[in-house]
Design a binder for this molecule. Structure first.
Ligand SMILES: [Cu+2]
Length: 108
């Protein structure tokens, strides 16, 4: 990557930083179910889901439409960064317990 592009990327990353940190959306996992299972986010801006896994087992937050895969260990927390989304519905699941761990992000 050329130096100017690198500098621009660094500047953009700095600008994007605070937007990511703003108001992470708390989501918890218990008995292999997400609460809330329907997550409303603002369209067109980056969002962060702060996932707290209260189960003993690890879970992988997985979504093809969100292009996200993130493993969160049992009794741990992890942040899931969402790119700016077009308005719409984006299903996700806990890949390790997908029979019950289901949810949807609604961008509006
Ligand atoms: Cu996966």
């Amino acid at each position: 990557m050329p130096k100017k592009t690198l500098l621009l990327a660094a500047a953009l990353a700095l600008l994007a930083g605070p937007a990511f940190a703003d108001n992470p959306i708390p989501v918890s996992l218990k008995n292999h179910r997400f609460t809330p299972a329907t997550i409303h986010v603002k369209a067109g801006v980056p969002n962060v889901i702060a996932l707290t896994n209260n189960d003993d087992a690890a879970e992988e937050f997985d979504s093809t439409s969100l292009k996200v895969e993130k493993v969160v260990a049992g009794h741990s927390s992890g942040n899931i960064r969402l790119r700016p989304l077009a308005p719409g519905r984006y299903p996700f699941m806990g890949e390790y317990h997908s029979e019950t761990a289901q949810g949807v992000v609604i961008a509006e």
